[in-house]
Design a protein around this ligand. Sequence first.
Ligand SMILES: NC(=O)c1ccc[n+]([C@@H]2O[C@H](COP(=O)([O-])OP(=O)(O)OC[C@H]3O[C@@H](n4cnc5c(N)ncnc54)[C@H](O)[C@@H]3O)[C@@H](O)[C@H]2O)c1
Length: 428
Amino acid sequence: MSLQKHDFPSWIQPDNPGPWGIFLQQIDRVAPYLGSLSRWIETLKRPKRALIVDIPIELDNGTIAHFEGYRVQHNLSLGPGKGGVRFHQDVCLSEVMALAGWMSIKNAAINLPYGGAKGGIRIDVSKYSRKELEKVTRRYTSEIGLIIGPQKDIPAPDVNTNPQVMAWMMDTYSQNIGTTATGVVTGKPIALGGSLGRVEATGRGVFVVACEAARDKGLSIPGARVAVQGFGNVGGTAARLFAEAGALVVAVADHTGIIFNANGLNIPALTDYVAEHKGVKGFPEAEAIEADKFWGAEVDILIPAALEQQITLENVDLIKAKIIVEGANGPTTPQADDVLSQKGVYLVPDVIANAGGVTVSYFEWVQDFSSFFWTEDEINQRLERIMRQAYRSISEVAQQHGVSLRTAAYIVACSRILQARDLRGLYP
Ligand SMILES: NC(=O)c1ccc[n+]([C@@H]2O[C@H](COP(=O)([O-])OP(=O)(O)OC[C@H]3O[C@@H](n4cnc5c(N)ncnc54)[C@H](O)[C@@H]3O)[C@@H](O)[C@H]2O)c1
């Protein structure tokens, strides 16, 4: 279905809609499966609220700089908004709108009591000092303070934001309302109400759903051959858990290079090496390979856990993996996705596979409300249970309709959101 001019709000260019255009196409694709709820579909095609703010700060050299900041609440039918804050020079309204929409889908697919939101500042962090970044963060938080709050919308880290940025956001919001409100953001440092297990949560979730997918496909994890793109928070944790479970992680790619060992890489040694050398390049006991050999490696499981748009029409034909588990957000282009489906590759989409992070963010928020903190074992067990249940319910829907797991995840998520919309009704 092609999108018409009137499908876009006046502040998005119909001839260049950016990521929001992709989100709209995904929603259109799921509409035929929504039955009577499809009468509410337009709800998903417009964000509930989009706030654009000006962020002026005094730089270290005494001049004044202005930055553009956003907070978009895509849908709040199921609960307060939840989604990260991205600091990047290319952040724009269309991107933040799409990311907020994808958070609505992810939160609903995993059945968390949240709507979807996202924020961002258009800034190149490499050009500013820590003090300048603190000022930008605090002014941004104060400006979006109108619409965020522990019961309203709870930001979290995303690209180029981290626990320190969350600590500044929490402090700024708390200063403005006159009381410490730890629950206004998640992904905080442990000492400020952060949760144990948060750092590893996304990689752990990737591993858990990969085990479920392997079971469905009759593949045993001990001895399975795995390739991982990205050896950071998500890819590094997932690789470690696979290796601990007896899988052979034979290929790892990062921004410095690609390494291969047919007998399985020594992941603890690689982790130490990357901590010291800031990348996998030059790791001993491994052969350096080219990108084509990485994508075409004889593996059972492939984990893209680096960037978006990595599996494309250029490399999709090379792929021999039986299962792909998307650790990154949006690593597969829609065209490559169709080819993978035709090839019979079993793909667990990002909206389920990397939802471990937001799930433990939810635990952090719950713990902050009760000021009672759980052990890491409790957190990991609850995380694993939620991830397994989400995977199971989505794979049942996929079988029922004969569709991919990605379409099934959108069916489950959109049905939950629109059912809430239907039950709540329109006001007035
Ligand atoms: N961290 C989380 O909780 C979380 C949650 C959900 C989704 N994600 C997604 O997972 C992905 C990775 O996030 P992360 O937190 O692990 O980031 P990270 O910064 O810790 O690691 C990123 C990794 O990708 C590698 N990389 C960068 N450019 C590359 C390139 N051109 N080719 C190959 N590798 C490259 C880097 O070397 C690094 O190893 C992102 O898409 C992110 O949005 C992360």
